[in-house]
Design a protein around this ligand. Structure first.
Ligand code: XUL
Ligand code: CO
Length: 436
């Protein structure tokens, strides 16, 4: 029995369509900058929010109506859920999905029971991938929900917990590899601290560095060549998470000699929790050659927590796609909707509205960003701003032909420096609005 019997495959109907179950901008086969929208955007559906989130909050129980789910923690229910999930992803037309080990299969009483459950569900995931052609963008291990991870996993004060986490990652990597996953993500759910008085920060960071090296080594051993990601987030659930933002992650990766093996998976609401825009995080990662993938969502400007809403703001998606195009695209990463419907949006059809809106918003952002790049006026202003570096003195400094003494000599002769390029911020902001 289908899980979404009333819903057909979502089609592109164009901007004039009034059908809420159609795309108005995402036209998978349409070519932008020489690539299809499908290949630029590489949309991915997350298993945890879309198929496992009951829509509860700290004040009330779940509200979600999910007729295909019998509410039990049985392996059979988990397997049936996979079929419903793939029906959804296929009707939506997203080419990818992402999961945590514990989203897809129930945790058992022992590690080996959990591993068996995961194998039993992975078998159905494989069948459904083969049937539908939908692929795994990345896998990950949930190292934060179980009670054992109260102090963290790879940064736990307890060595046995660390060992358990390592075992869990080993298995999650194997399953990701079996399913042809194109990446593997570490989001440090509780890798941080609540209180510095009880924390040996240096030791915890060393342990985390070691943990990630073990994952890199094991991937090599089993022949997994997918991309590793770490996902910055500054807090929640911990007071401070070590992977607090893109810059902190880059510093950590550099310190522990992991930069060759990892890229960043950036999430909008995590950026804003860190006091940054997503645009900032994309530019920090991109300029360091470490832009990997994005968890597409948005926060609420009036709220200070991780609300994980679906992105619909065209200005935001334009900024995202402008940086993504600038740094050469996301592949093998993608636009992964780490977002959840509101507790009040409890019906199955709301999952479709949410994803359609996010996909259309990113498709528009892509087209606007490509138009800005083709037009070239923004780039022209930026080039003009840095013109003094293109030849003469600037080019000589960039080429390493100067030291402090030679620059002093020059400026003693010239007497004063004259900045001669306006920032043109207002002109640029007006220009961006022309494209929207
Ligand atoms: C939590 C979060 C995670 C990661 C995967 O804020 O974003 O769902 O994306 O562990
Ligand atoms: Co995320």
């Amino acid at each position: 029995m289908p899980a979404f019997p009333e819903i057909n495959a979502i089609a592109y109907e164009g901007p004039d369509s009034r059908n809420p179950l159609a795309f108005r901008y995402y036209n998978a086969d349409e070519v932008v900058e020489g690539r299809t929208m499908r290949d630029h955007l590489r949309f991915s559906v997350v298993y945890w929010h879309t198929f496992r989130n009951p829509l509860s909050d700290p004040f009330g129980v779940g509200t979600a109506v999910r007729p295909w789910d019998d509410g039990t923690e049985s392996v059979e229910n988990a397997q049936n859920r996979v079929r419903a999930a793939f029906e959804f992803i296929e009707k939506l037309g997203a080419p990818y999905y992402a999961f945590h080990d514990r989203d897809v299969a129930p945790e058992g009483a022992t590690l080996s029971e959990s591993n068996q459950n995961l194998d039993a569900v992975a078998k159905v995931l494989k069948e459904e991938q083969d049937r539908s052609g939908i692929k795994l963008l990345w896998g990950t291990a949930n190292l934060f929900s179980n009670r054992r991870y109260m102090h963290g996993a790879a940064t736990s004060c307890n060595a046995e917990v660390y060992a358990y986490a390592a075992a869990q990652v080993k298995k999650a990597l194997e399953v990701t590899h079996e399913l042809g996953g194109e990446g593997y993500t570490f989001w440090g759910g509780r890798e941080g601290y609540q209180c510095l008085w009880n924390t040996n920060l240096e030791r915890e960071l060393d342990h985390l560095g070691r943990f990630l090296h073990m994952a890199v080594d094991y991937a090599k051993e089993i022949g997994f060549t997918g991309q590793f990601y770490i996902e910055p987030k500054p807090k929640e659930p911990t007071k401070h998470q070590y992977d607090s933002d893109a810059a902190a992650c880059l510093n950590f990766l550099r310190q522990y000699d992991l930069l060759d093996h990892f890229k960043l998976n950036l999430e909008t609401n995590h950026a804003t929790l860190a006091g940054h825009t997503m645009h900032h995080e994309l530019e920090v990662a991109g300029s360091a050659g470490a832009l990997g993938s994005i968890d597409a969502n948005t926060g609420d400007v009036m709220l200070g927590w991780d609300t994980d809403q679906f992105p619909t703001d065209i200005y935001l998606t334009t900024q995202c796609m402008h940086s993504i195009l600038k740094y050469g695209g996301l592949a093998p990463g993608g636009v992964n909707f780490d977002a959840k419907v509101r507790r009040e949006s409890f019906e199955p059809v709301d999952l479709f509205y949410a994803h359609i809106g996010g996909m259309d918003a990113f498709a528009r952002g892509l087209k606007i960003a490509a138009a800005m790049r083709a037009d070239g006026r923004l780039q022209g202003i930026v080039d003009e701003r840095y013109a003094s570096w293109s030849d003469g003195l600037g080019a000589d400094i960039e080429a390493g032909k100067h030291g402090l003494a030679s620059l002093e000599k020059l400026m003693l002769e010239r007497g004063e420096a004259t900045p001669n390029a306006s920032g043109r911020q207002e002109r640029i902001e007006n220009l961006i609005n022309e494209y929207l």
